[in-house]
Design a protein around this ligand. Sequence first.
Ligand code: NZQ
Ligand code: ZN
Length: 389
Amino acid sequence: MLGNFVYCNPTKLYFGDDSLPYLNTELPKYGKNVVLIYGNGSVKKNGIYDEVTKILEANGKNVAEISGVMPNPTLEKLYEGITIARNHQADLLLAVGGGSVCDYAKAVSVSINCNEDPWEKYYLRFEEPTCKIVPVGCVLTMVGTGSEMNAGAVITNRETKMKIGHVFADENIMPKFSILNPKYTLTLPHYQMVAGIYDIFNHICEQYFSGEDDNTSDYISEGLMRSVIHSSRIANKDPQNYEARSNLMWTATWALNTLVSRGKSTDWMVHMLGQAVGAYTDATHGMTLAAVSLPYYRHIMPYGLAKFVRFAKNVWDIDTSGKSDEQAANEGLTAMECWMKELGLVMNITELGANEEMLEGLTQSTIVLTDGYKALNHDEIVDIFRNSL
Ligand code: NZQ
Ligand code: ZN
């Protein structure tokens, strides 16, 4: 392991099917004014909203609400939330939902006391907050993003067709606490469940397919990937299987809570390509990743061949004896493709609403990163999107 690093993750987690009452432990640590943030109504249908509001009431909180946080939360919605939270003089932002709601809460938290435009400051100039941050707590209802234990906040600017994630360096932006009850995820539609599963898997890939040193993180990543594959196969056949769903929930958190990226370079290009697709089509995050992944990995494979062979062997149990490195690496990617199809993931961007005319715009919208095995040029990005159609 050759990199230098600092590791600090201050988020306190409460995990399990009896974790919600721990809100009673957390709420007294904050002032009276709570802003409850949620999405488009799933939490009202499945009863989580009622359970949370009862606890807020019992703790004597003065509650304002931001509802209707959409998947891929927009800048307009962020402005609306900042006003509500400011007017309420929020002491705590309580996000109840998936990654979109948790990300959104973090974006509001760094903007309430900030006089500058959040889009310009955080998403174009990638600055850290220079104002007081309002603490965030999460009750997670959808598994995938890792937002419950990281400092990422992705916002979409529909006007400029840019979907940008800022992963803040300041660990104070990570949620102060997160409640992870796997039972809450059992009401997710199959489409969202498998999109989340692929999001987990891809987060690990993004941190795995980079660097050439002997790195502890890569061994942890292989274990996490094997766990995702195993549990996903059970959950795909039997979505109500609590054991599989709880393993998926825990793996999602570890896939992106900064642990496996320590001490190594990372390559987030699949996310950059997927986010461009999201900005144009508003498609479900995990599906945008699934649709561009294989064309991307097949393109960069020759530049990181040894790692792709290791992936084939250690993650997919490919017997590499008597095979060339290219053959073994390809068999690993084919095994991954079969698994993705087995889950029913969307494997092309056409199905998500993209088309040939968008190729140039998608390319312009793609932020190019340079820490992977191959820094992509303009024409390579166009080709990857074309191969994803
Ligand atoms: O809005 P409601 O009605 O709540 O419905 C949601 C939404 O339609 C539904 N849902 C959530 N929990 C449910 C449920 N339906 C039934 N039962 C439940 N228990 O699921 C839909 C998707 O929710 P969303 O929060 O959008 O999904 P996800 O967790 O995948 O979050 C996606 C967002 O996170 C960002 C993505 O870009 C996207 O904007 N990401 C954040 C990251 C981070 N913070 O580090 C990293 C990720 O790579 C990702 O980019
Ligand atoms: Zn993701």
